[in-house]
Design a protein around this ligand. Sequence first.
Ligand code: ZN
Length: 309
Amino acid sequence: MTQKRMNGLHHVTAISGPPQANVDFFTKVMQQRLVKKTVNFDDPGTYHLYYGNETADPGTILTFFPFANAGPGRPGPGMASAYAYALGGSEFEAWIERLADDGLKFDGPSERFGQRVIKLADPDGAKVELVEVDGTAGPTLDGFHSVTLQLDDLGPTQRLLTDVFGYEEVGHETSAGEERLRLAVSGTGRQDIRGAVVDLMRSDAATVAQQGAGSIHHVAFRALDDADQLDWRERLLSAGLQVTPVIDRQYFNAIYFREPGGVLFEIATDPPGFTRDEDLAHLGEALKLPAQYEGSRESIERALPPLVA
Ligand code: ZN
């Protein structure tokens, strides 16, 4: 098989506590657009909330399952421990000023691979990172820079990302009991791939990962269409990984597998996208249900907590 390159991140999915605090933080503080309000297809008593840029592009999408009674999660080996948004240089300063003016706590700026990084906490205490990048991105966060995967052993995950996904090592840092290996994908013909970076991180701190409010559930990479996704699936099977069949997630098709370090990975297609069931101008306004739940809309709406977006 010829070497092929992944097209960066499609979305990141995390678990949160009560939904209202989540919506307030990501729409008001992080200035993301609520681009879809639906339910967990495996548990329609729980919302599934999608945030993104104005046009809901792949590589900008952060999604949450808000469980009202979720216990606190904790990052540890075998879990994605953070995601980072990219910010152009002049906007980075403006964001720091605005966050400080609003009395929001954040750590940093600190430096990582020569780039400035600040770290905020969302209402569940999950890390939200902003990374300063070259260029003149607009005043809003317009997509991911990276995800960080915490691992006991960086090697097996590194081999998957380089040998199968086409990433290259671009940096290696060790500081304060933390080893960080930076991998990036580039050169697929489009400029500025969103979410082109994956950091593999090993910490000396002994922690055990716990899924719960504030933890990242899975990381989704991006397939351009169904054929591209099926090709990735064949490649993963050839590499000896166990991959699910294609699952219809209404706004994209998905395949899932656990990478060798234990993190749940997904590959999701660009089409059909978030305008499948509502106009771009009205994304996120109405509760959208897949066909199998439309008949139970009344009882589902009654059971869901009220939400003001
Ligand atoms: Zn997903």
